[in-house]
Design a protein around this ligand. Structure first.
Ligand SMILES: [Zn+2]
Length: 258
Protein backbone atom coordinates (compact mmCIF):
# COMPACT_ATOMS: atom_id res chain seq x y z
CA UNK A 1 0.00 0.00 0.00
CA UNK A 2 2.98 2.27 0.61
CA UNK A 3 3.92 2.14 -3.05
CA UNK A 4 0.39 3.20 -3.95
CA UNK A 5 0.56 6.00 -1.37
CA UNK A 6 3.91 7.20 -2.72
CA UNK A 7 2.60 7.06 -6.28
CA UNK A 8 -0.40 9.20 -5.36
CA UNK A 9 1.81 11.72 -3.56
CA UNK A 10 4.14 11.86 -6.56
CA UNK A 11 1.28 12.44 -9.00
CA UNK A 12 -0.35 14.99 -6.68
CA UNK A 13 2.94 16.94 -6.67
CA UNK A 14 3.19 16.54 -10.44
CA UNK A 15 -0.29 17.97 -11.05
CA UNK A 16 0.51 21.01 -8.86
CA UNK A 17 3.67 21.63 -10.87
CA UNK A 18 1.59 21.19 -14.03
CA UNK A 19 -0.96 23.79 -12.84
CA UNK A 20 1.84 26.24 -12.09
CA UNK A 21 3.60 25.64 -15.41
CA UNK A 22 0.29 26.00 -17.25
CA UNK A 23 -0.42 29.32 -15.51
CA UNK A 24 3.06 30.58 -16.35
CA UNK A 25 3.70 29.10 -19.82
CA UNK A 26 0.20 28.21 -21.05
CA UNK A 27 0.75 24.50 -21.65
CA UNK A 28 -1.28 22.59 -24.26
CA UNK A 29 -4.43 20.79 -23.01
CA UNK A 30 -2.91 17.37 -23.67
CA UNK A 31 -0.37 17.92 -20.88
CA UNK A 32 -3.21 16.99 -18.50
CA UNK A 33 -4.19 14.02 -20.64
CA UNK A 34 -0.59 12.81 -20.49
CA UNK A 35 -0.65 13.15 -16.70
CA UNK A 36 -3.85 11.04 -16.54
CA UNK A 37 -2.42 8.36 -18.86
CA UNK A 38 0.82 8.08 -16.86
CA UNK A 39 -1.09 7.81 -13.58
CA UNK A 40 -3.44 5.13 -14.91
CA UNK A 41 -0.57 3.16 -16.42
CA UNK A 42 1.36 3.20 -13.15
CA UNK A 43 -1.64 1.97 -11.14
CA UNK A 44 -2.57 -0.66 -13.77
CA UNK A 45 0.99 -1.95 -13.61
CA UNK A 46 0.55 -2.47 -9.87
CA UNK A 47 -2.85 -4.15 -10.33
CA UNK A 48 -1.69 -6.74 -12.86
CA UNK A 49 1.77 -7.54 -11.50
CA UNK A 50 1.36 -8.68 -7.92
CA UNK A 51 5.15 -9.29 -7.81
CA UNK A 52 5.55 -5.50 -7.56
CA UNK A 53 3.88 -5.59 -4.12
CA UNK A 54 2.17 -2.37 -5.09
CA UNK A 55 -0.99 -2.62 -2.98
CA UNK A 56 0.23 -5.24 -0.50
CA UNK A 57 3.11 -7.64 0.00
CA UNK A 58 2.63 -10.99 -1.74
CA UNK A 59 4.88 -14.02 -1.39
CA UNK A 60 6.10 -14.55 -4.94
CA UNK A 61 9.71 -15.66 -4.75
CA UNK A 62 11.86 -17.28 -2.08
CA UNK A 63 15.44 -16.71 -1.05
CA UNK A 64 18.06 -16.33 -3.79
CA UNK A 65 20.57 -18.10 -1.54
CA UNK A 66 18.90 -21.51 -1.58
CA UNK A 67 18.81 -23.68 -4.66
CA UNK A 68 15.17 -24.56 -4.35
CA UNK A 69 11.89 -23.92 -6.13
CA UNK A 70 8.20 -24.54 -5.37
CA UNK A 71 5.49 -25.82 -7.70
CA UNK A 72 1.88 -24.65 -7.52
CA UNK A 73 -1.32 -25.65 -9.33
CA UNK A 74 -4.39 -23.45 -9.63
CA UNK A 75 -8.09 -24.05 -10.30
CA UNK A 76 -8.61 -27.64 -9.11
CA UNK A 77 -9.71 -30.03 -7.95
CA UNK A 78 -10.83 -31.34 -11.33
CA UNK A 79 -11.76 -34.98 -11.89
CA UNK A 80 -10.33 -35.10 -15.44
CA UNK A 81 -6.91 -33.67 -14.58
CA UNK A 82 -5.99 -33.60 -10.90
CA UNK A 83 -5.56 -37.39 -10.38
CA UNK A 84 -2.93 -37.48 -13.17
CA UNK A 85 -1.11 -34.49 -11.64
CA UNK A 86 -1.10 -36.24 -8.26
CA UNK A 87 0.13 -39.49 -9.80
CA UNK A 88 3.14 -37.72 -11.35
CA UNK A 89 3.98 -35.81 -8.16
CA UNK A 90 3.80 -39.08 -6.26
CA UNK A 91 6.04 -40.99 -8.65
CA UNK A 92 8.57 -38.12 -8.66
CA UNK A 93 8.21 -37.76 -4.89
CA UNK A 94 7.87 -33.96 -4.84
CA UNK A 95 5.49 -31.68 -2.92
CA UNK A 96 3.27 -29.03 -4.48
CA UNK A 97 0.61 -26.53 -3.44
CA UNK A 98 -2.91 -26.64 -4.88
CA UNK A 99 -4.95 -23.44 -4.91
CA UNK A 100 -8.52 -24.70 -4.90
CA UNK A 101 -11.63 -23.15 -6.34
CA UNK A 102 -14.34 -23.70 -3.71
CA UNK A 103 -17.11 -24.64 -6.14
CA UNK A 104 -14.95 -27.42 -7.63
CA UNK A 105 -14.62 -29.23 -4.32
CA UNK A 106 -18.10 -30.74 -4.06
CA UNK A 107 -17.93 -34.20 -5.68
CA UNK A 108 -14.13 -34.11 -5.63
CA UNK A 109 -13.63 -34.40 -1.89
CA UNK A 110 -11.48 -37.51 -2.32
CA UNK A 111 -8.99 -35.53 -4.43
CA UNK A 112 -8.55 -32.94 -1.68
CA UNK A 113 -8.09 -35.70 0.89
CA UNK A 114 -5.53 -37.31 -1.39
CA UNK A 115 -3.60 -34.04 -1.81
CA UNK A 116 -3.19 -33.78 1.94
CA UNK A 117 -2.45 -37.49 2.45
CA UNK A 118 0.34 -37.24 -0.13
CA UNK A 119 1.99 -34.25 1.54
CA UNK A 120 0.75 -31.38 -0.60
CA UNK A 121 -0.56 -28.04 0.61
CA UNK A 122 -3.98 -26.64 -0.16
CA UNK A 123 -4.82 -22.96 -0.44
CA UNK A 124 -7.83 -20.76 -1.15
CA UNK A 125 -8.32 -19.52 -4.73
CA UNK A 126 -11.82 -18.05 -4.11
CA UNK A 127 -15.13 -19.91 -4.24
CA UNK A 128 -16.42 -18.82 -7.64
CA UNK A 129 -13.23 -17.67 -9.41
CA UNK A 130 -15.38 -14.99 -10.99
CA UNK A 131 -13.78 -13.21 -13.94
CA UNK A 132 -14.92 -9.91 -12.39
CA UNK A 133 -13.76 -10.86 -8.87
CA UNK A 134 -11.44 -7.87 -8.56
CA UNK A 135 -14.25 -5.45 -9.48
CA UNK A 136 -16.56 -6.59 -6.70
CA UNK A 137 -17.01 -4.70 -3.47
CA UNK A 138 -14.76 -5.76 -0.61
CA UNK A 139 -17.76 -7.19 1.29
CA UNK A 140 -18.59 -9.55 -1.58
CA UNK A 141 -14.94 -10.61 -1.98
CA UNK A 142 -14.68 -11.33 1.73
CA UNK A 143 -17.85 -13.45 1.60
CA UNK A 144 -16.39 -15.37 -1.37
CA UNK A 145 -13.11 -16.04 0.44
CA UNK A 146 -14.95 -17.19 3.56
CA UNK A 147 -17.22 -19.46 1.52
CA UNK A 148 -14.19 -21.19 -0.02
CA UNK A 149 -12.53 -21.35 3.39
CA UNK A 150 -15.61 -23.08 4.80
CA UNK A 151 -15.70 -25.58 1.94
CA UNK A 152 -12.02 -26.43 2.38
CA UNK A 153 -12.59 -26.87 6.12
CA UNK A 154 -15.61 -29.12 5.51
CA UNK A 155 -13.49 -31.53 3.52
CA UNK A 156 -10.12 -31.28 5.21
CA UNK A 157 -10.71 -29.94 8.70
CA UNK A 158 -8.00 -27.38 7.89
CA UNK A 159 -8.11 -23.62 7.74
CA UNK A 160 -5.61 -22.51 5.14
CA UNK A 161 -3.65 -19.27 5.52
CA UNK A 162 -2.79 -19.15 1.80
CA UNK A 163 -4.83 -17.19 -0.71
CA UNK A 164 -4.02 -16.69 -4.36
CA UNK A 165 -6.21 -14.06 -6.01
CA UNK A 166 -8.01 -15.13 -9.20
CA UNK A 167 -5.88 -14.06 -12.21
CA UNK A 168 -3.31 -12.65 -9.78
CA UNK A 169 -5.08 -9.29 -9.85
CA UNK A 170 -4.72 -7.14 -6.73
CA UNK A 171 -6.31 -3.73 -6.30
CA UNK A 172 -7.07 -1.80 -3.10
CA UNK A 173 -10.34 -3.71 -2.48
CA UNK A 174 -8.72 -7.14 -3.06
CA UNK A 175 -5.83 -6.18 -0.76
CA UNK A 176 -8.27 -5.12 1.98
CA UNK A 177 -10.29 -8.35 1.65
CA UNK A 178 -7.11 -10.49 1.90
CA UNK A 179 -5.97 -8.57 4.96
CA UNK A 180 -9.38 -8.68 6.60
CA UNK A 181 -9.51 -12.48 6.17
CA UNK A 182 -5.96 -12.68 7.50
CA UNK A 183 -4.43 -14.52 4.56
CA UNK A 184 -0.94 -14.64 3.14
CA UNK A 185 -1.21 -13.42 -0.44
CA UNK A 186 0.59 -15.99 -2.57
CA UNK A 187 1.83 -15.14 -6.04
CA UNK A 188 4.40 -16.64 -8.36
CA UNK A 189 7.64 -15.71 -10.07
CA UNK A 190 7.32 -17.99 -13.11
CA UNK A 191 4.09 -17.79 -15.06
CA UNK A 192 4.13 -20.69 -17.49
CA UNK A 193 0.96 -19.64 -19.36
CA UNK A 194 0.21 -23.36 -19.53
CA UNK A 195 -3.49 -22.79 -20.21
CA UNK A 196 -2.68 -21.26 -23.58
CA UNK A 197 0.45 -23.24 -24.47
CA UNK A 198 0.61 -24.14 -28.16
CA UNK A 199 2.68 -27.28 -27.70
CA UNK A 200 4.14 -29.40 -24.94
CA UNK A 201 7.65 -28.63 -26.15
CA UNK A 202 7.13 -24.86 -26.01
CA UNK A 203 5.57 -25.12 -22.56
CA UNK A 204 8.48 -27.16 -21.25
CA UNK A 205 11.00 -24.68 -22.67
CA UNK A 206 9.11 -21.70 -21.25
CA UNK A 207 8.76 -23.30 -17.81
CA UNK A 208 12.46 -24.09 -17.56
CA UNK A 209 13.81 -20.90 -19.14
CA UNK A 210 15.71 -18.68 -16.72
CA UNK A 211 14.81 -20.82 -13.71
CA UNK A 212 16.31 -19.24 -10.59
CA UNK A 213 16.68 -19.94 -6.89
CA UNK A 214 13.44 -19.30 -5.02
CA UNK A 215 11.18 -19.46 -8.06
CA UNK A 216 7.51 -20.25 -7.52
CA UNK A 217 6.05 -21.92 -10.60
CA UNK A 218 2.45 -21.35 -11.63
CA UNK A 219 0.74 -24.27 -13.37
CA UNK A 220 -2.94 -25.13 -13.71
CA UNK A 221 -4.40 -28.61 -13.20
CA UNK A 222 -6.26 -28.16 -16.50
CA UNK A 223 -3.40 -26.78 -18.60
CA UNK A 224 -3.61 -28.50 -21.98
CA UNK A 225 -0.03 -29.79 -21.93
CA UNK A 226 0.73 -29.49 -18.22
CA UNK A 227 0.32 -33.17 -17.41
CA UNK A 228 2.30 -34.09 -20.53
CA UNK A 229 5.39 -32.13 -19.48
CA UNK A 230 5.22 -32.40 -15.71
CA UNK A 231 7.54 -35.41 -15.31
CA UNK A 232 10.12 -33.95 -17.72
CA UNK A 233 9.90 -30.59 -15.99
CA UNK A 234 10.51 -32.08 -12.54
CA UNK A 235 13.38 -34.27 -13.74
CA UNK A 236 15.12 -31.37 -15.49
CA UNK A 237 14.69 -29.19 -12.40
CA UNK A 238 16.31 -31.92 -10.33
CA UNK A 239 19.08 -32.36 -12.93
CA UNK A 240 19.91 -28.69 -12.57
CA UNK A 241 20.40 -29.27 -8.86
CA UNK A 242 17.24 -27.60 -7.55
CA UNK A 243 15.32 -29.04 -4.65
CA UNK A 244 11.53 -28.85 -4.95
CA UNK A 245 10.07 -27.71 -1.63
CA UNK A 246 6.69 -26.79 -0.16
CA UNK A 247 5.62 -23.16 -0.13
CA UNK A 248 5.63 -23.05 3.67
CA UNK A 249 9.26 -24.17 3.72
CA UNK A 250 10.15 -21.71 0.99
CA UNK A 251 8.67 -18.76 2.88
CA UNK A 252 8.83 -19.98 6.49
CA UNK A 253 5.13 -19.40 7.14
CA UNK A 254 2.41 -21.57 8.65
CA UNK A 255 0.07 -22.91 5.95
CA UNK A 256 -2.82 -23.61 8.30
CA UNK A 257 -4.40 -21.88 11.27
CA UNK A 258 -4.49 -23.79 14.51
ZN1 LIG B 1 -7.18 -19.37 -11.29
Amino acid sequence: MYKHLHTRLFYAAAILILFYADWKYDLPWYSYLLWCICFLLTVSWGVYFMQLNYFMVSLCKGSADKKQIAITFDDGPLREFTPAVLDILKSENVPAAFFLIGKNISGNEDLVTRMLAEGHLIGNHSFYHDFWFSLHLKKRMTADLKKCEKEIFRVSGKRTTFFRPPYGVINPAVAKAIKQCNYHSIGWSVRTYDTGAKSAEKLLQKSLKNLENGDVILFHDWGQHTIGILSDFIREVKNRGFKIVSLNKMFGVEPYRT
